[in-house]
Design a protein around this ligand. Structure first.
Ligand SMILES: C[S@@+](CC[C@H](N)C(=O)[O-])C[C@H]1O[C@@H](n2cnc3c(N)ncnc32)[C@H](O)[C@@H]1O
Length: 283
């Protein structure tokens, strides 16, 4: 049998596949020390103050950002000043400072990784992810509100995000809906089985309707690596049971739910992609 370029290409593909496969199997996941997990957490009195300020701000400006009508939601978030967003999102950030490190702990390989933050606002959740990250991770935040994405990209370019070692982390931010096929900032589609970890804070439980939730779950299954994890907040619209049903139907295993405090009506849910599940590819 003649050894052709075609055979060489096949061998190289097999070698590359072996290294990709073995690096994801053998890489030990990062673990976050307990004291670092509590680093940016404040007490429950701070939470009460944030909730109070949020109520005043919403009443004063009659800002209507709640609901699942994506046009209204996008317009409402786009119209907020940075100060208004911070006031309205204060309680959310308080909870995420406790939830995100718990969700990341032991679930991201100790090596280069691709991390997505879906519904990242002006980087309020991505900043927390960045704090626990490494400079060799690629972190991409997504939001459909252009002013928030522009603000987040500007902060990143200015070097505003640092990890716990003080190293500058440069997340990227892409303007698009999280129910559309996920893309890099150069508009290329994120390939199948390429993402290590997905976080989504304060979005899925608050702003996706049932159809959106289904599409979102399938899209996560498409981009996540085999056995990769997704951490998704529940909320008033999509309760834990709704999200678990949608994610399990899309080919995920439900792992656990996490609370920001001992009572939390909107826990963060952790899912792992089931390698053996066969789901139709993203359309
Ligand atoms: C409550 S904020 C949460 C921001 C951030 N994740 C955090 O935890 O602080 C919700 C964000 O989700 C965005 N959002 C809502 N629905 C979305 C959708 N379908 N696609 C993209 N972004 C969406 C809003 O524009 C807003 O910035």
């Amino acid at each position: 049998m003649k050894f052709s370029r075609h055979h060489l290409q096949k061998i190289l593909n097999l070698v590359a596949a072996f290294f990709l496969f073995s690096s994801s199997i053998f890489a030990t996941p990062i673990s976050i020390p307990a004291d670092l997990m509590k680093k940016n957490c404040t007490n429950v009195l701070d939470l009460a103050g944030r909730v109070w300020r949020q109520k005043i701000e919403i009443a004063k400006k009659s800002i209507r950002f709640r609901g699942v009508d994506s046009e209204n939601v996008e317009a409402a978030y786009s119209a907020m000043t940075p100060k208004e967003f911070d006031l309205i999102n204060g309680a959310q950030v308080w909870a995420e400072r406790r939830l995100i490190p718990q969700a990341m702990n032991g679930r991201i390989p100790d090596g280069p990784a691709l991390i997505l933050d879906l519904g990242s606002g002006p980087a309020s959740s991505t900043e927390i992810i960045s704090f626990y990250s490494r400079p060799d991770w690629r972190i991409i935040g997504y939001d459909f509100a252009k002013p928030l994405v522009d603000r987040a990209n500007k902060l990143s370019a200015e070097g505003a995000f640092k990890n716990f070692k003080g190293e500058i982390i440069r997340p990227e931010f892409v303007q698009q809906s999280i129910t559309a096929p996920l893309r890099f900032s150069n508009r290329h589609i994120i390939p199948r089985n390429s993402v290590d970890f997905v976080n989504s804070s304060g979005v899925v439980g608050h702003h996706l309707d049932k159809g959106g939730l289904e599409v979102f779950a399938k899209s996560l299954w498409y981009v996540l690596k085999e056995d990769g994890y997704a951490a998704i907040d529940s909320g008033p619209v999509n309760k834990p049971e709704d999200i678990i049903m949608a994610m399990e139907s899309a080919g995920f295993r439900y792992i656990e739910s996490m609370n920001s405090y001992f009572i939390d009506f909107r826990p963060k849910l952790i899912f792992q992609k089931i390698s053996s599940a066969t789901i139709l590819p993203q359309n």
